[in-house]
Design a protein around this ligand. Structure first.
Ligand SMILES: [Zn+2]
Length: 256
C-alpha cells in the first residue's frame, strides 16, 4: 500500500514539474527588429530607414527615335516589385518611396559614347560620363534640368535610378543604371525586376556577389566565367524577384 502511495506522490510531482517547467523556452525573446534602423552597407552613420528614389529616363542625343513615351508606366511595376521585396528583406525597417523626374533627360553625347563607359560591373569608373553629366545638368544649381523645387530628398536617403536608352546595367555611388530594354523586351521579362533591384542595391553600397574571370585556352579562345560567391540577388539575377533574397551576412553589415 505504501509503495502505491509513494508512486502516486511521485506521479503528482512529475505532473507539477511538467506543468510548470516543461516546454518553456529559457531563451530571451530576440530584440525587436522593428526598433532597428538599418544603414548603408558598412556605413553606420548613414541610415536608410527611409529611402527616396528619383527615377530618370536618360536618352542619348542620337536615340530619340528609339525612345519610348510610356517609360514611367513601363518602369512602375518593377519599382512596385522592388518595394515589396525590400519590405520583406528588411523586415519593414526600411521604407522606399519613389518619384519620376517628369521629363526625359536628353544626353549631350551619342549612345555609343556613353556605352564605352558602361559595363555590368560595380565600382568607380563605370557609367561615369552619365553621372558626370547628370550631376552638372540635373543636380547642380544652374543646370538646364535643375529643379529647385524638388524636395524628394527630404523624405529620406536619396538615390538615383537611371533608365538608360542603351545597353548596360551598372551601379556606382548613389546612382543605379538599367537599360530600358531590360524592362521592356520580352526576353528579360521574368528577371526585369530582379535586374532593377540589383542595380538599386548597389546604391545602398552592396557589392556584387560574383567574380568575373576569363579563361584563355591554348588556341587563345577566351571564355568568361562567372563565379558566384552567393546565390542571392547580388550574385545571381536571372531569377524572378519572388525567388531571390538578400544574404543574411549582408543584412548584418547593414545593421540588421
Ligand atoms: Zn552588380
Amino acid at each position: 500500500m505504501k509503495k502505491i502511495f509513494v508512486t502516486f506522490i511521485l506521479l503528482i510531482l512529475a505532473l507539477v514539474w511538467v506543468t510548470l517547467y516543461a516546454g518553456i523556452s529559457r531563451v530571451e525573446p530576440t530584440e525587436k527588429l522593428e526598433s532597428k534602423i538599418p544603414h548603408i552597407y558598412e556605413k553606420e552613420d548613414m541610415p536608410i530607414d527611409k529611402i527616396s528614389i528619383l527615377v530618370y529616363y536618360f536618352i542619348p542625343k542620337d536615340r530619340l527615335d528609339d525612345s519610348i513615351n510610356n517609360w514611367k508606366a513601363v518602369t512602375d511595376p518593377h519599382l512596385q516589385d522592388l518595394l515589396k521585396f525590400h519590405e520583406v528583406q528588411f523586415f519593414g525597417t526600411s521604407k522606399i518611396s519613389y518619384d519620376f523626374f517628369p521629363q526625359p533627360i536628353v544626353g549631350e553625347k551619342t549612345g555609343a559614347e556613353y556605352e564605352t563607359n558602361i559595363s555590368e560591373h560595380y565600382g568607380s569608373g563605370e557609367m561615369s560620363s552619365i553621372i558626370e553629366e547628370m550631376t552638372k545638368r540635373v543636380l547642380s544649381e544652374g543646370g538646364d534640368y535643375y529643379d529647385p523645387k524638388d524636395t524628394s530628398g527630404e523624405r529620406g536617403r536619396r538615390v538615383y535610378l537611371v533608365v538608360f536608352e542603351g545597353e548596360g546595367a551598372a551601379g556606382s555611388g548613389d546612382f543605379g543604371l538599367i537599360s530600358r530594354s531590360y524592362l521592356t523586351l520580352s526576353a528579360y521579362q521574368t528577371f526585369s525586376s530582379t535586374f532593377l533591384a540589383h542595380e538599386f542595391y548597389h546604391t545602398l553600397g552592396l557589392p556584387d556577389n560574383y567574380d568575373e574571370s576569363s579563361y584563355v585556352f591554348g588556341d587563345s579562345q577566351q571564355v568568361s566565367m562567372l563565379n558566384l560567391t552567393s546565390k542571392d540577388i547580388m550574385g545571381y539575377v536571372r531569377v524572378p524577384i519572388e525567388s531571390t533574397y538578400i544574404e543574411r551576412e549582408t543584412l548584418q553589415k547593414m545593421g540588421l
